[in-house]
Ligand binder design. Structure first.
Ligand SMILES: *Cc1c(COP(=O)(O)O)cnc(C)c1O
Length: 385
């Protein structure tokens, strides 16, 4: 068996097969069935909204949410720049135009200062967005008490991309519930997985009904196949939903495990010129990934550390490369915080292995490899700090 230490491998809790077996036993392998209904119910109860819609991916959920909010050709959509591309690809699927918003230093999520700047620009140029996509990065909530009033002031709806943040909270409320529509992902590396899948969650019944209609090929409610709108094949299968139900059972244990991984890393690495991803006092993350940042005054790029880890068969990754410096989004408008926070993070940040089943010995192997990186061990000149 491979001894490779992965970034965030799937972890089976042992309850999955029961739900999958039930689907087989009742021959509800496809199309929908009991697991899909129950998974939607269980997730929406868990996060605290009225409705859930199980879909093939988080990206599909964002796509349908944008469509529901009326985003179409030539429309503008604001989106966090520091994120995975799945957050903003659907803007392009709708032939709309993304405008990227920087992060703030406290949570690495969307900067209210940059957001306000973008709205001032949009108002002046008559380019008001149809929607704002706010991401909860690496399992930590954005600062909604700062961001939502700005969006409300300009009367623009919010899609909360909580793909990485299932189980995280902000002021006692679960991530996924802050936007007009929230989205979750159950992709293979997320805190729970259905092998591939996602969900839209909302209190807006009409939104969920309409998205459900589009996600099942826009079939009109008549016996023959009648279509008055273009549809998509975006619904989650009953088998995948069964895996998700089994995974959800152990969500709190997963968060607990990931939190202790984060805490041990911060202990192990405390004497190094490294800072941990800051944890806001406004909420509790799900600690999906432990992310560290090499201090700015250290002449070391993430690639050097990532290579050293790779030599020990340890997987690590740079922080998401911001969307506004991606070749595919060249020319898109971007609003920075003050300094360009997202680019600074990309240039110094590394995601460390954070699998639920990671052992102490594995964590020590990771941290010992980091400690042995000579460029980090150079004595610090405290006069510089
Ligand atoms: C994973 C992810 C997505 C996309 O989810 P998929 O289920 O992989 O389509 C979107 N946004 C963020 C922030 C993600 O991490």
């Amino acid at each position: 068996m491979s001894t490779r230490i992965y970034l965030s491998p799937p972890y089976m809790s042992g309850y999955e097969m029961k739900f999958v077996q039930e689907a087989f036993d009742t021959n509800w392998v496809a199309p929908l069935g009991q697991n899909v209904d129950a998974f939607e119910q269980e997730i929406s109860n868990y996060v605290g909204v009225n409705y859930g819609l199980a879909l093939t991916s988080g990206t599909a959920a964002i796509h349908l949410a944008l469509k529901y909010l009326g985003v179409g050709t030539g429309d503008y959509v604001f989106c966090s720049s520091l994120t995975f591309a799945g957050s903003c690809y659907p803007i392009i699927y709708q032939n709309a135009i993304p405008v990227f918003i920087d992060s703030e230093p406290d949570t690495w999520n969307m900067s209210p200062i940059a957001l306000e700047k973008a709205f001032v620009w949009a108002k002046k140029e008559n380019k008001m967005p149809k929607a704002v996509i706010i991401v909860d990065l690496y399992g930590q909530s954005a600062d909604y008490d700062e961001l939502l009033p700005i969006c409300r002031k300009y009367d623009v709806p919010v899609i909360e991309d909580a793909a990485e943040a299932l189980g995280a909270t902000y002021k006692g409320k679960k991530c996924g519930t802050f936007g007009d529509i929230g989205i979750l992902s159950f992709n293979g590396n997320k805190i729970i997985t259905t092998s591939g899948g996602g969900m839209a969650v909302s209190n807006d019944e009409n939104a969920i009904q309409k998205m459900k209609f589009w996600s099942t090929q826009s079939r009109e409610k008549v016996r023959h196949y009648e279509h008055t709108e273009i549809g998509y094949n975006y619904r989650l299968s009953n088998i995948c939903a069964g895996i998700g139900r089994g995974q959800l059972v152990s969500l709190e244990d997963r968060i607990h495990a990931k939190k202790s991984i984060y805490e041990s890393y911060s202990q192990y690495l405390r004497d190094l010129p490294i800072t941990m991803m800051p944890i806001s006092r406004n909420g509790e993350p799900n600690y999906w990934l432990t992310v560290i940042k090499i201090r700015e005054d250290i002449d070391l790029i993430p690639e050097t550390l990532i290579r050293a880890l790779e030599q020990q068969d340890i997987e690590s990754r740079p922080i998401w490369k911001p969307m506004h410096i991606q070749p595919v989004f060249r020319g898109c408008k971007y609003f920075s915080h003050k300094q360009d926070v997202s680019v600074e993070l990309f240039l110094k940040g590394i995601c460390l292995p954070s699998g639920v089943a990671m052992t102490t010995a594995q964590q020590e192997k990771v941290t010992n490899t980091i400690k042995s990186c000579t460029d980090l061990r150079k004595p610090l000149d405290h006069n510089l700090i």
